[in-house]
Design a protein around this ligand. Structure first.
Ligand code: AOF
Ligand code: ZN
Length: 371
């Protein structure tokens, strides 16, 4: 086994959870004399970090061993004590780490603390693979914005709903179960008031559509549900408010009575700056979700208008488009509302990262190219 092989095992361990929000997903293996003697991962914020779990499993065998960690070990006391101290007192001889920790409380300090204690440190090793575990955490730490994944469903002729708004269902049950997993991996699911008024969606994670291990993880945690609702038009009996978990309304100016009505039913209301023309400043909305709610990864499940506006504001990182094998016809609504693009040279470029068939539907994943 090479150092890369051990690091890949640590990556697989990190993937034991869909998310450790607001923390990154981290995996660790401890190797002594060519044998793995300890394995660990970070399960949930507030509990032990990956290194600590792996060291506990290795016990005395950590003395003189090599540790492989997907993220630079932390040197700070947060909800838990520093991993560098745990590695040092366990007598680990060498540490390979997969990616630098962008958290300003940690960045570089973990590596130097280990080196000062006489531990040999190498990394980043398989940086791209390790960073891919935590795209949202990296983006929030580096840019103060969440990683936004925009999910849409369309017909083979590129339509997302009938002119009446009717859209149930463009894709089949397997594709819709796949969406549940994506929701579960997200810190927040964001939608617009028009979707709430039209579809009355719950936007919560439905565990009955998951396997046993995934369901166990999500019995404990629902992503925050966020509605972009500049005029607070959401009716108080909407499912988005009443299903289990927390709903948050991002709005322009909220009157005291309006706010009380939402807060009385357990929802949160937050004011966000409004742009000339009356629309919410979407950049400020995303910054607020990163800063005030520590959202790393966001799933946008909205209609063509909000999804298009998010794309045009440069706030969408990735689109996941489910394609149902049917034509909805030219009276139906197009996938994104993206006005003002007239010349080919002004097109919005994407890079396909995955295309696969899910039962009778197709799923296309693509990244927005930044110019
Ligand atoms: C590690 N190993 O498994 C994780 C790390 O509040 P705390 O104590 O949980 O600290 C959270 C921060 O620690 C988080 O922002 C990130 O910088 C780092 N996460 N570090 O050495 C781990 N999950
Ligand atoms: Zn740590």
């Amino acid at each position: 086994m090479t150092p890369e092989d051990y690091m890949l095992r640590a990556v697989a361990l990190a993937q034991s959870v869909l998310t450790a929000t607001p923390n990154p997903r981290v995996g660790c293996v401890i190797v002594r004399d060519g044998k793995i003697v300890g394995e660990g991962f970070h399960r949930v914020a507030g509990e032990a970090h990956a290194e600590v779990n792996a060291l506990i499993q290795a016990g005395d065998l950590s003395k003189g061993a090599t540790a492989y960690v997907t993220l630079e070990p932390c040197a700070h006391t947060g909800r838990t004590p520093p991993c560098t101290s745990a590695l040092i007192s366990a007598g680990v001889k060498k540490v390979y780490y997969g990616s630098d920790d962008p958290n300003p409380q940690v960045a570089g300090k973990g590596v130097s603390a280990l080196r000062e204690a006489g531990i040999e440190v190498e990394g980043p090793l398989l940086a791209e693979t390790c960073e891919a575990l935590n795209r949202g955490f990296f983006k929030r730490m580096q840019q103060g914005l969440p990683w936004v994944r925009c999910k849409m469903a369309m017909s083979l002729d590129g339509r997302t709903a009938m002119a009446s708004g009717e859209s149930k269902w463009i894709t089949g049950a397997a594709a819709r179960a796949d969406v549940q997993l994506m929701r579960a991996a997200s810190c927040a699911v964001v939608t617009g008031v028009n979707t709430v008024l039209g579809d009355d969606p719950g936007l919560n994670v439905r565990v009955e559509q998951m396997n046993h291990a995934q369901a166990a993880e999500f019995a404990e945690r629902q992503p925050l549900r966020v509605v972009i609702d500049s005029g607070l038009r959401t009716p108080p009996d909407s499912r988005i408010i009443s299903v289990p978990g927390q709903a948050l309304f991002l709005t322009g100016r909220a009157h005291v009575q309006q706010r009380a009505r939402f807060e009385g039913s357990g929802a949160l209301v937050r004011e966000i700056p409004v742009l000339p023309g009356g629309r919410l400043d979407l950049q400020a909305a995303m910054q607020s979700l990163a800063k005030d709610d520590a959202c790393n990864e966001i799933m946008l499940e909205a209609g063509p208008t909000l999804s298009g506006a998010m794309v045009q504001a440069g706030l969408v990182d990735e689109v996941v488009i489910y394609v149902g094998a049917r034509f909805l016809g030219s009276d139906a609504l197009p996938l994104f509302h993206l006005p003002g693009i007239r010349r080919m040279q002004d097109h919005i470029a994407l890079e396909l990262t995955d295309v696969r068939q899910i039962a009778e539907d197709c799923r296309i994943t693509a990244r927005l190219k930044r110019v």
